[in-house]
Design a protein around this ligand. Structure first.
Ligand SMILES: [Zn+2]
Ligand SMILES: [Zn+2]
Length: 297
């Protein structure tokens, strides 16, 4: 009789305590999955401060096959840091923008500075920008809808002028976000970071040629609709990301996330699509290199 056929032992107090202890332990590293690129992470929020701490994070990621990461800025201070961090290590690339929740901070001086940084070689995307309705009314500092539209439109135009990909943040704003993109005219490459829509939003994005980037949320037990979306995406429009330190994939949901956790998400998507994990890694790695212009080393 195989282990899996054994009747489940009744849960005792000590087995509950053991499970709690297990959850508190740091996750073991996933088995390596070569050629992955973390399409969206936040190295500073993961503990990156200086060249040494950044190198430690990307070394750890490289040990499980993650060969490059794109670190994304939320505000102007973060953008300056991401722009610098991309010079420290040739496995680190940056994306700069003012996050929709901070859209009220986008004055003329900030625009000029973001524009200058976004034009730099190792800054491979304009983002994250878009719309976030979740925090309106929940946070006193969140920008209004009007401020978010204005900032989003400005970032769309910037991506088009620089011919760089636009990295989209969307929270609870599916319809308006797609309307603004259509009205302003999308740049050549649009990345829907941490895709969170249903199958209809996925189909609309696919029809428009956008890339859909899936985070650890696709591994969560309650994410059936997201798995349907992940199975729908054509090979050349699929990306994977951690959005670390947030959204740690199952089985370590709730613990701090880092780029080395990316193979968990990639494997889950390979299973969802019914393909081998090495094939999936090859597909998403090639897409990230193409869309961000990351050389094959
Ligand atoms: Zn985001
Ligand atoms: Zn993010």
């Amino acid at each position: 009789m195989g282990v899996s056929d054994a009747p489940a032992a009744p849960e005792t107090e000590s087995s509950k305590a053991a499970r709690r202890r297990l959850r508190k332990q740091p996750p073991p590293d996933p088995a390596p999955l070569a050629g992955l690129i973390d399409a969206h992470t936040h190295l500073a929020a993961c503990g990156g401060r200086d060249p040494e701490s950044v190198r430690a994070i990307v070394d750890h990621a490289a040990s499980v096959g993650v060969r490059a990461v794109v670190t994304v800025a939320d505000d102007i201070v973060d953008a300056r840091w991401a722009h610098r961090a991309a010079q420290w290590d040739d496995r680190v690339y940056a994306a700069v923008a003012i996050h929709p929740t901070h859209a009220g901070e986008l004055d003329d001086a900030t625009r000029a500075e973001i524009e200058e940084m976004a034009a730099a070689d190792r800054v491979v995307a304009v983002g994250e920008t878009g719309l976030d309705y979740y925090w309106i009314g929940r946070s006193d500092t969140c920008a209004t809808k009007e401020q978010q539209y204005e900032a989003f439109a400005w970032h769309i135009d910037l991506a088009k002028r620089l011919r760089k990909p636009l990295m989209i943040h969307n929270r609870d704003a599916d319809a308006d976000l797609l309307d603004v993109l259509a009205a302003e005219g999308a740049p050549e490459s649009v990345i829907m970071h941490c895709f969170s829509g249903d199958r209809n939003v996925a189909r609309e994005c696919i029809d428009r040629g956008y890339l859909l980037s899936f985070s650890g949320t696709v591994t969560f037990a309650n994410s059936d609709e997201l798995r349907v979306a992940a199975a729908l995406v054509p090979d050349d429009q699929l990306l994977v990301e951690t959005d670390a330190p947030f959204l740690t994939p199952h089985p370590y949901r709730g613990q701090p996330n880092q780029s080395y956790c990316l193979p968990y998400t990639a494997r889950h998507i390979a299973e969802t699509r019914g393909i081998g994990e090495a094939e999936l890694a090859e597909i998403v790695g090639a897409n990230a290199r193409r869309v961000y212009g990351i050389p094959l080393r």
